[in-house]
Design a protein around this ligand. Sequence first.
Ligand code: ADP
Ligand code: MG
Length: 684
Amino acid sequence: MKDVLDSPVSLLSGVGEERSRALAGLGIQTIRDLLEYFPSRYEDYRIRDLTEVKDGERVTLAGTIYGEPSVRFYGKKKSRIAVRMVIGKIVVTAVWFNQAFVKKHLLPGKEIVVTGKWDKYKLQIVVSEMAEVDSVRLQKRGELAPVYPLGGEITLAYLRKLIQQALEQFGGQLEEMIPAPLVERYRLMPRAEAIQTIHFPPDVERGRQARRRIMFEELFLFQLKIQAHRRINRQQSEGHAQPVPLDEVRRFIQQLPFPLTDAQNRVVKEILDDMTAPYAMNRLLQGDVGSGKTVVAAIALYATVKAGYQGAIMVPTEILAEQHLSSLQSLLAPHGIQVGLLSGSLTAKKRKELIASLQMGLIDVVVGTHALIQEDVFFRKLGLVITDEQHRFGVEQRRILRSKGLSPDVLFMTATPIPRTLAISAFGDMDVSTIDQMPAGRKPVETSWYKHEQFHYVLEQMRQELQKGRQAYVICPLIEESDKLDVQNAIDVHAQLALYFSEYTVGLMHGRLSAKEKDEVMQWFSAGEVHVLVSTTVVEVGVNVPNATFMVIYDAERFGLAQLHQLRGRVGRGVDQSYCVLIADPKTEIGKERMRVMCETTDGFELSQRDLELRGPGDFFGTKQSGLPEFKVADLLNDYKALEVARQETARLVADPAFWEDAEYAALRDYLQREGILDGVVFD
Ligand code: ADP
Ligand code: MG
């Protein structure tokens, strides 16, 4: 359906070829683009009461000209015009610089509206803009006038007029898109009225209402795309309903060494629901370090094996692979489940054997690095893929699996908690499960912040822990983009500490070590043979040494909050009280605030929320990979409630068959069509 709003802006009078090009530079090509080019702010032309105006304020005043203007010229181009003006009972002076042409408009007794800077002591306004009887401006006197982002040859006055013209000619074509019951329930201004009002609000409150309506619409349409996409994916996915014997899974859970937390129970149910449904699961499981994701993974793997499938779990490093292997083995092997390891360091022969047993179905669950999903690895019947700590499992991996005739359920696990608003935006096409609760009895890591000059004091604290038989991590400064300097730093720090703690063994770990060397160091640290581990951030992910109770992080201000939190998660894994010391001399207020936040909370979700507030949503992920949508009006930080409402309402909407058929939703379906969401979808 061709909509007149999709016509080029050149349809309007006053838009020639050149202006068309300039407008295109602002992203305005169609009438719709123009109408949806919203003001970034308003210039306030509301007439003020003189007694309330502060010195130096920009203000709009209305009054009557009293007497003749006086004009003075300086040189060729400079001039000053002054005229007296009566406002109420006060006489003030209005002054124009270098605008000699206004003189002819300044007739005694005439009413004028002037905008400019107020000088309270001289009772004088230096006028920058004037409105009078025969000017266009007069229509807008007393208003809030829109200010738009400009560029090229487009001036503000031109754009205001053009939008005004477009509203008059085409404003009537603006259809309501949000279903009527929702417009009513959320008290939304009708669409056409909102677009008129956001450009030319009669007052602040109406402007606010218009903005609210448009914000809601943006979030609603954004969520509609996501929900429609999800629904279509589910209907068309080649996934299968795994016949999971739920009773057996329940028994398995009861036999675990601890009861699950409520949060774990909830996410287990969400995952099993997906696995037993006929679509392919695409779910993100987020939970703070130590919140117990591994056991949830084990339950899902148990379920897939009992349903007659194989499971695979992918991790970023070999160290993690081995850790997972041993924890999964201890949970699953007693139930007759064969767990194997496929890592890059296997010999060719071992690798071949393992692949063969996978293909024959002799191995039920395989743990591995990305080597797992390679062209020469075949499964007999792969039902579930879990990835831990990274999102490198993407379209390409799915394609490889599909080429082998597999469409497994996929679960992504991450310990980097993301505030819910961002999670449902950035990972919009995934379902999100959250473990937002720690197992009972955990002692939060006590965190403190010291300046570099207090380092000796920190070392004494560390010695006390070592004397108790505990172990410590020392995380070295992060030097941006220089792996080499990171390593050098670690080597220096190691040398110093080895000297200082001569009665203990101080180990060293950094990215330049071979996988084998790293492994050895970690083994020694795990076994308690190394007491202090000096490390670059390679120790970050997943390492589990419960006897380590002390962590020092050098130059903590160089790390992001999320990363600091990850690092800190390496301690506090046992029953003893653990400590984390940040060494930092942050230069900025935000830097100091970040250190304080780290000391105040150990809740990863709260931290990420605070980080978001400190940095803003754009920076939160780092701009490039953010995947966050750009909104014209909505703001994920402030409008998160509306986002949640929009999510719920759109999910309900697309689940209703009427949405896909009834005429009243045609505008929304057209919108999805325009956005390419319905490509390849056949309605029957
Ligand atoms: P994550 O992978 O989320 O960082 P883990 O799965 O490694 O966390 O769990 C951390 C520790 O907590 C493990 O030692 C695990 O056995 C234990 N744990 C997990 N769930 C519970 C629970 N519900 N109650 C007590 N301990 C638990
Ligand atoms: Mg883990």
